[in-house]
Every structure is written in C-alpha cells, then in structure tokens.
Design a protein around this ligand. Structure first.
Ligand code: ZN
Length: 419
C-alpha cells in the first residue's frame, strides 16, 4: 500500500513485511540525498534533492524499516560498484560458496541462482566446482559484463514471473542466494513468493543482511540510508516467511559489515531440521526489547547528546579560527554528516578511495581530496566521519598528530586525539 508523493520518492503507509498500517517513527533522522551520490564538478551548482530517512517500526510484527522509498532507478541507476574490486569480500564469498556446497551437498546437476549477483564473484566459486549457476541483477551494464565473463546473468529485477520462467528454463534451484539485496528491495513479499516458486523441495534460500541487534548495540545509525530499506531481526522475518509458505530454519552470525545475519529458509514442510538457535535468538531479541520502541528511543537520546557534545567542540574550535576537515567519503558519511549538521562546519573531505577524489559530497557538496591534503593543506582538526575505520586511519596518519594535528572521533563516544 503506497501513496505517491513525487516520482522520485514514494512513502509507504504499511509494514514491508506484514502489511500492517500500525507503523510509527522510532528513530527520527535528518533527510539526505542519495547517500552514495557523490557528484562531479559539473553538477556542483545543482542542488540535490533530500529525501526523508526516518526509521519506522511496525507495531504488529516489530520490523524496523524505512517507509520513504527512493525510486530504484535513481538509487541504483548509476550503480557501478563491482564486488570483485573489494578483495576482502571476494575471500568472504569463496568461503561462503565452499560452505554452501558442503552443507547443501551441491553437485553437477544442482542449480544455484543468485539475486543481485553483481559481477558474478560469488557464482564463479560454484561454477568452478561444476555446478550450474544463474545470476539476476538489474544493473544491466554489470550483468552484461558478468555474462560475457562466463556467468550467465539476467539483467532484470527478481519477480514471481521471472522465478517461474527460470524454473521452466533451468529447473528448480537447490540454492537461491541473496546477499544484501534482501535489505534493498521494497516488494519483499514478491521476492519471497518468487523464491518459493523457484526452490526445489529440498532446496534452501540463503541470504545475508545486517543484523538490527548490531546496529542498535554498536550505534551503527549511519548505516541507515535509502539503499537499505530494511533493518532485519529474526522475529519479524520468521512470521514473514511463514506467511509466504516458507520457513526460516537456521541462522548464523557473521562478522561482515559490522555484524550480519545469515539466514536459511526452506519451503514449508521441507526436509531441513529446525535449529534451536532460531528460537534462542528470537528469545534474546524479545528480552532486549528489540520488538519495541525502547532501544531506539535510547539510541536517539544517546545520538542527540553526542551531537551537542560534538558541535560544542567543533564550534569552539571554529571560533578560535581553526580549519576543520572530515575523513571519509562513503555512504555512511552522508548520513552522519547530515545528522550531525557538519556541512557548513567542515571545509573539505579526504578519502583513500581514488574514485572519490575530485568529487563533491552529496548535498553539502564538500570537495573530496586525497589524504595527502592532511600534510599539504594542514587542517587543524580532522573529524573521522568514517569512524568504523578510526584505528587504521589513526595509525596511517600518526605523522599528522605528531606534527601537531588533531583528530576528532565523533563515535561511539567523543574522543580527541592529538594536541
Ligand atoms: Zn509488520
């Protein structure tokens, strides 16, 4: 159920998992443009549209989600990120494939389908073992590259109709994998129905998502941006799958992206045994109040007090005539710098990703420079906006502090390093 506000962003009025209209804001956020839409100099004069980013919780099933859905063509239309560029991720997928092959006893006649298969990095690890693979990815440029490189990839969105077509053309899937896309799709009901159509009776759907428990406990509020529509926990998912003729039978915690959840799902009545860990985790979620607004209210208060502390410090330094830069130019930085209102306080950003150099940050249009700027331009203070990487950044730039520079860490508590 949706009500169109404009063509770029649609506001849902119901829960994405259970369709209840009992939804309320639990974590008010600051509107931002698309978080990874860093712009080149020719777009700097054009203001970028900001979209609401508030987190809602469903009173019926507890699911935490964004209800403001930015048009996927705007979000992913220029999507050029390829998995194989990220070396850590490639190793993660190699191990993932080995584990799935063993666990699912996959062999030559098995079909593995991946939704959101990107450049085929994961599927390649199945293919080299002689397993049949098929990718689905709506980023048509990347899909074409993957196909040309030997990983057949359908350049489209995954729907029930597509699932039926795949089953007709290739047979039922022993494994359907989806990594992160389960947080990206608005019509999750349609995806679940498609997966039920596509799965073999003894097949498994396996997906990885960031875990809401980690987001709350580690205060990863800056992982909230428009690409991530859902902030999953097990209790709401269990009920959701049941309603779609599926069954969540196992979960594992993984360390990727600050804390993730790997979920195993089969068709209702399938042969895989229900693992005790599922109910244990649901119990932990209930005991920590995760299905209620309480932990989000606490997070909101903590963030608000961090914000005043940070701005007090920065405004005092600015009053002394100090020059302040920011470290990091990622999607999380967009959420964080808007939330903490840093756009007019920071002069420029530095980042170690050469692809970001010469670009300007979403909304604030702060120039992004190489981290050499710390030594060439000598800012007095650098706020580490990419705070998850604070330790490696501090180590790499020990010279900056040794030469009198100061780092400010905004999270998880305010900390100043240097004189
Ligand atoms: Zn719900």
């Amino acid at each position: 159920m949706t009500a169109t506000t404009n063509i770029s962003c649609v506001h849902r009025t119901t829960c994405r998992l259970c369709n209840s209209s009992d939804v309320a804001i639990v974590l008010p956020m600051v509107p931002t443009p698309v978080a990874d839409d860093y712009v080149s100099s020719d777009r700097v004069a054009v203001p970028q549209q900001a979209f609401p980013l508030d987190l809602y919780q469903c009173g019926a099933c507890g699911h935490v989600q964004l209800l403001d859905v930015v048009n996927p063509d705007i979000l992913f239309g220029n999507y050029t990120y390829t998995t194989s560029v990220s070396l850590g991720l490639t190793e993660h997928f190699r191990r993932y494939a080995a584990e799935m092959i063993e666990r699912g006893a996959l062999g030559d006649d098995s079909l593995v389908v991946e939704i959101g298969s990107n450049d085929g990095t994961l599927l390649r690890f199945f293919k080299v073992q002689g397993i049949r693979v098929l990718g689905v990815d709506a980023a048509s440029g990347i899909a074409a590259q993957a196909t040309a490189a030997g990983i057949p990839t359908l350049p489209t969105y995954f729907t029930v109709d597509l699932a039926r077509q795949i089953r007709r053309d290739h047979g039922a899937a022993a494994l359907v994998a989806a990594n992160n896309v389960f947080a990206h799709v608005d019509d999750l009901g349609g995806v679940a129905d498609g997966i039920r159509e596509l799965l073999a009776d003894d097949g498994a759907f396996v997906f990885e998502v960031s875990y809401l428990v980690d987001i709350v406990e580690k205060m990863l509020f800056d992982t909230v941006y428009h690409e991530h529509l859902c902030y999953h926990s097990i209790k709401p998912l269990q009920r959701f799958f049941r309603a779609h003729g599926l069954e969540l039978f196992d979960v594992q915690r993984t360390a990727s992206k600050g804390g993730s959840l790997r979920c195993f799902v089969q068709r209702s009545g399938g042969p895989h045994a229900m693992q005790a860990v599922v109910e244990e985790r649901v119990r932990l979620e209930i005991d920590s109040g995760l299905d209620s607004p309480a932990p989000f209210r606490a997070l909101h208060e903590r963030l608000q007090s961090l914000k005043s502390e940070l701005l007090e410090t920065i405004d005092r330094l600015l009053g002394e005539g100090k020059m302040i830069a920011g470290y990091g130019a990622s999607a999380t930085v967009t959420t964080l710098s808007h939330y903490f209102d840093l756009g007019s306080r920071v002069e420029y950003l530095v980042d170690d990703n050469p692809r970001k150099h010469g670009m300007f940050s979403p909304g604030h249009h702060l120039p992004v420079l190489a981290s050499d700027a710390l030594y060439e331009r000598r800012p007095d203070c650098v706020v580490i906006l990419a705070w998850a990487y604070a330790e490696p950044i501090l180590q790499r730039h020990a010279r900056f502090t040794a030469e009198g520079g100061r780092f400010i860490l905004p999270m998880p508590r305010l900390r100043i390093v240097g004189r």
